[in-house]
Ligand binder design. Structure first.
Ligand SMILES: Nc1ncnc2c1ncn2[C@@H]1O[C@H](COP(=O)(O)OP(=O)(O)OP(=O)(O)O)[C@@H](O)[C@H]1O
Length: 403
């Protein structure tokens, strides 16, 4: 069985190397499994190259068996691998070996791992570190296939290649976002040199706290909306008027626009898309969860009071996002009606959809930012973003995680 161990030596608390050589490899060997290769990533992007050259080195029969990858890293390294494989796959006709991943959380946020092995299910301090490996070694290993979101940026910048350094298309396995989440990731990266610690995320959040993003969004069929009264998803009939594309048009401005596949959280306790776990999509469903905050749904705002109104809404937004740390309670937070007494609409609009389009206003530079699993992209002026769940037939390589 082809098996490779890859670790990122610089991610998270930098314990990848020690973990690989002192714990993981000895544990595999004690089960009579000797890895074909144990490799450290040496630079950004190296993980994808490592996997592709390993696949190239395989005999045809072992390619058919599929590869087992022990990956000790955060979500960014997995993102690089998936994009490298997707990009290489689109350039060749042979089918690709399927990839079964034993995921060891070696990053900072570890969204995928925390979603498969949530901290509340843990019985003591660090029991989940090896959970994926233990599933693989068990008598009844459980493999969960990953869903991919595929986002195109159009029109592409001249000369760009999918998933290249200035890609016009990108695959996400965790999160695809615009608005506040993308702006925080973008600005915090710019602050990295001056503030290496996580304080830079707080500063980036403060810098963007009152920004509203001017854009239109279209949700693509099938579309379901979470109804907080019944606690269930209900189908949404698009405002189609004979519209052949079957989309639901959402006018801006937006404060928050974020979609997830595979995960219910972006950090162990930041449970932004709780319904991925509590009301999971049926097995094999090609959907993503989309969470949206549009300030002008607040019955107390009229959109005419400028900065004062944005300042007021900032408090509301922080309150709501803060509730995501309380086991995803944000999805039940509601506005008050104009009378101040009765419950109004939910602050967060929670949809489950086949995809979405994001059409930023040309002169709103920040509305043109896209975050895909932490990597930042810019839509060109007058451009748009389209994100869809990638169907199996479109990529023809399978990635699953031992969970
Ligand atoms: N040897 C290396 N030197 C510098 N950067 C590297 C090296 N190997 C990998 N990288 C880069 O490290 C980045 C961060 O890695 P990763 O996402 O695994 O960890 P993280 O950011 O700490 O975790 P998370 O994504 O869970 O928050 C990757 O995008 C990758 O490009």
């Amino acid at each position: 069985m082809p098996l490779i161990v890859v670790y990122n030596p610089v991610s998270g608390d930098r314990s990848g190397s020690k973990l690989a050589t002192e714990t993981i490899v000895p544990l595999l060997i004690s089960h009579s499994i000797v890895p074909d290769k144990v490799a450290a990533t040496e630079y950004p992007g190296h993980a994808g190259t490592l996997l592709l050259s390993y696949i190239d080195s395989l005999t045809p029969s072992s390619r058919t068996e599929g590869i087992t990858l022990v990956l000790i890293s955060g979500d960014g390294t997995l993102h690089e691998i998936v994009n490298a494989l997707h990009s290489a796959r689109s350039k060749q006709n042979d089918s690709f070996p399927s990839l079964r991943i034993i995921l060891i959380p070696g990053g900072t946020a570890n969204a995928l791992h925390a979603s498969f092995f949530p901290p509340e299910s843990a019985s003591d301090a660090e029991p989940t570190l090896l959970a994926s490996l233990l599933s693989f070694l068990s008598a009844t290993p459980r493999l969960v296939p990953l869903t991919f979101a595929y986002t195109t940026i159009s029109p592409p910048a001249p000369g760009t290649e999918p998933a290249g350094p200035s890609a016009s298309a990108v695959v996400s396995t965790v999160v695809t976002s615009t608005s506040l989440h993308a702006a925080i990731l973008h600005d915090s990266e710019a602050l990295r040199a001056s503030i290496p610690g996580i304080e830079r995320f707080k500063l980036a959040a403060a810098q963007n706290a009152t920004t509203w993003y001017r854009a239109r969004a279209r949700l693509l069929a099938p579309i379901q909306r979470y109804d907080i009264t019944s606690g269930a998803f209900v189908p949404v009939t698009p405002n189609s008027h004979g519209n052949p594309e079957e989309h639901l048009e959402l006018p801006g401005p937006f404060a928050y626009f974020l979609s997830t596949v595979n995960v219910d959280r972006l950090e162990p306790f930041f449970r932004i898309a709780p319904l991925q776990r509590t009301l999971p999509p049926p097995h094999g469903a090609q959907t993503m969860d989309v969470l949206i905050v549009r300030p002008l749904r607040d019955p107390s705002l009229d959109g005419k009071s400028g900065e004062a109104e944005r300042e007021r809404f900032k408090e509301r937004l922080w309150e709501v996002l803060g509730a995501a740390y309380r086991d995803g309670a944000h999805i039940h937070v509601r506005y008050a009606e104009g009378d101040g007494k009765t419950d109004g609409p939910p602050v967060v609009e929670y949809f489950r959809v086949g995809g979405w389009e994001w059409i930023p206003e040309e002169d709103d530079e920040k509305a043109r930012l896209l975050c895909a699993d932490g990597a930042i992209f810019h839509a060109p002026e007058g451009g748009k973003l389209v994100s869809n769940v990638l169907g199996r037939t479109a990529h023809d390589f399978r990635v699953a995680i031992y969970a």
